[in-house]
Design a protein around this ligand. Structure first.
Ligand code: FAD
Ligand code: SF4
Length: 504
């Protein structure tokens, strides 16, 4: 203890950049610390819109907290924390690296640890649930039902409202035929202010000075950087897009990047919105007759089902999970992909999706899973490198959410812990669920030759390479039999081996 400190000196609560909402501050009447470390951006090549969003959100929060917040700009966290004499308090950080950092700093000073916030369910809820499973799989569906019961969400007594837990069947529609957009109101966009102007000027200067380098474009900020903005936009979603959420959740329309999605992953992962309040508000929209049950259940399933489940798995599966590589994929992520160079490829789905990521640092779930992730899986790119790429390129990417989503869900590198079969497909699926193929030079039905669709050929090539890995996977028995019936398999394999990871 420094000489003028007493045991009653108030702790300063250190807020990480993803702990920016009221639910991280309301119960503390002392001071706060927020650290801006430029070195974080210098170490890895982030999307510029992501760097902008994070810095803008932190600086806005510091401005809101006013004199109660010490906003320290320093090269490293340790350097900044060294400038605070009072004892610290930390709410459980969201990555293994940050936990280790706090532990290291705690060896030399007094740091109080508080449990994690920002999720619907507590760590102990998950542990208790997982232990009660015995040898049964940790299915998201079962976790989600348990969480709904525990928190009394969409229930009639102890039964689900409407008599069903799951409306997925209603929620897998292809895009409406002949329509370029869903026709729902697009989100309202934030209006940038002087803090954004300052952030942009700083980023420009850092880039000019060669201190950092980014990918992607930093157009007008699209995602909420304050709680007020986040609430306003979420309310607009509930009003205008929640009633149509779900039905076209898996569909892609080139001219409608947002469709009925909520666009809340970025503000929720910054800690600006509390997921339980989001869930309760969606339930209210159902109870008041504003939105149908299938939409509301579909949305609640995403937030308190998938999001919480992924969060808990990150910790439950351990630090080494990020290095799982059951399919022995070692290819590097090629430059054209890493640089978000949509112009490099004739494949319309890839080109459009990479351009969209370059423009916004965001595409919805299906382009991530069934275009970008599926392509990487088929080509055998190293899951750990791909995770890093996703993390850096997406505005909502954080370690806890990217590792299970990429290693487990998208790359099947965990041997099936998260998903019973790999999420990948030929061009037929992309053609059914999007309007990409109608303007593509390539043909989803063709496997070999000039017009061959790299997804269709890539799908069979992937299965052929992994015949043995999937020999006992019942969900792949039919496609594996199909592989044996392909008369042109040798030609297809030679074609794809030659193409490898070069832009199709
Ligand atoms: C390869 C891959 C990488 C992904 N990386 C991220 C990521 O870094 N950060 C992130 O928040 N989401 C990630 N997701 C999940 C999902 O794609 C995004 O949460 C979603 O697209 C965000 O847009 P939205 O807010 O409009 O979502 P909506 O479609 O409106 O869904 C509502 C909310 O549900 C939650 N959610 C749904 N699915 C998931 C999921 N699988 N994991 C976590 N939360 C989920 C999100 O918080 C989302 O905001 C990833 C998915 C894949 C396949
Ligand atoms: S034909 Fe193949 S490459 Fe072209 S958009 Fe369709 S799936 Fe993508």
């Amino acid at each position: 203890m420094t000489p003028h400190m007493t045991p009653h000196t108030k702790r300063v609560r250190w807020l990480f950049g993803d702990q920016l909402g009221n639910h991280f501050t309301d119960d503390h009447d002392g001071e706060f610390l927020i650290v801006e470390s430029q070195r974080v951006f210098a170490r890895r090549r982030f999307h510029r819109a992501k760097a902008h969003l994070i810095l803008s959100a932190m600086r806005h929060r510091a401005a809101e907290l006013g004199e109660r917040c010490r906003y320290i700009k320093a090269a490293t966290y340790a350097e900044a924390v060294g400038q605070v004499e009072e004892p610290l308090q930390v709410i459980a950080p969201t990555s293994y690296a940050a936990v280790a950092l706090v532990r290291r700093l705690g060896e030399h000073r007094d740091i109080e640890h508080l449990p994690a916030r920002g999720f619907v369910t507590a760590r102990e809820d998950f542990t208790r649930w997982a232990e009660g499973r015995g040898r049964r799989r940790l299915l998201m569906e079962d976790f989600y039902r348990d969480a709904r019961l525990r928190h009394g969400v969409l229930l009639e007594g102890s039964d689900p409202v409407g008599g069903r837990w799951n409306f997925d069947h209603e929620n897998r529609e292809p895009p409406p035929r002949g329509r370029a957009t869903l026709g729902v109101d697009e989100p309202v966009w934030p209006v940038e202010d002087e803090i954004d102007a300052e952030v942009r000027a700083d980023l420009d200067r850092w880039e000019r000075d060669g201190e950092v380098s980014f990918v992607g474009r930093d157009g007008p900020r699209l995602f909420a950087a304050t709680r007020e903005e986040a609430q306003e936009r979420f309310e607009h979603f509930v009003e205008h897009r929640l009633p149509t959420f779900g039905a076209f959740e898996d569909a892609i329309l080139e001219q409608d990047p947002w469709m009925s999605h909520a666009l809340i992953s970025a503000p929720m992962n910054l800690g600006l919105l509390d997921p339980l309040e989001v869930v309760r508000r969606a339930e209210e929209a159902y109870r008041s007759g504003h939105a149908p049950l299938a939409s509301v259940e579909g949305f609640v399933r995403q937030v308190m089902g998938w999001r919480d489940y992924i969060w808990h798995l990150y910790w439950h599966l351990g630090e080494d999970y990020r290095r799982r590589n059951e399919l022995r994929a070692t290819g590097p992520v090629p430059d054209w992909f890493a640089e978000l160079d949509g112009g490099a490829t004739r494949a319309r789905c890839l080109s459009h999706t990479l351009d969209a990521v370059a423009d916004r640092g965001w595409v919805h779930h299906i382009p991530r899973l069934m275009v970008l992730g599926s392509y990487a899986l088929q080509r055998g790119w190293a899951p750990e490198e791909l995770t890093d790429w996703f993390h850096r390129s997406f505005v909502d990417g954080y370690d806890w959410v990217m590792v299970p989503n990429v290693v487990g869900m998208s790359q099947h590198a965990d041997g099936g812990v998260l998903a019973t079969k790999p999420y990948t497909s030929g061009g037929a699926y992309v053609n059914k669920m999007s309007d990409h193929c109608s303007s593509c030079e390539l043909n989803p039905k063709v496997r070999v030759g000039e017009d061959a669709c790299p997804f269709t050929a890539g799908y069979w090539w992937f299965l052929d390479r992994h015949r043995e890995d999937f020999a006992s996977n019942r969900r792949l028995a039919q496609p594996l039999r199909g592989l044996d019936r392909l008369s042109d398999l040798d030609e297809l394999v030679a074609q794809e081996e030659e193409r490898g990871s070069s832009a199709p």
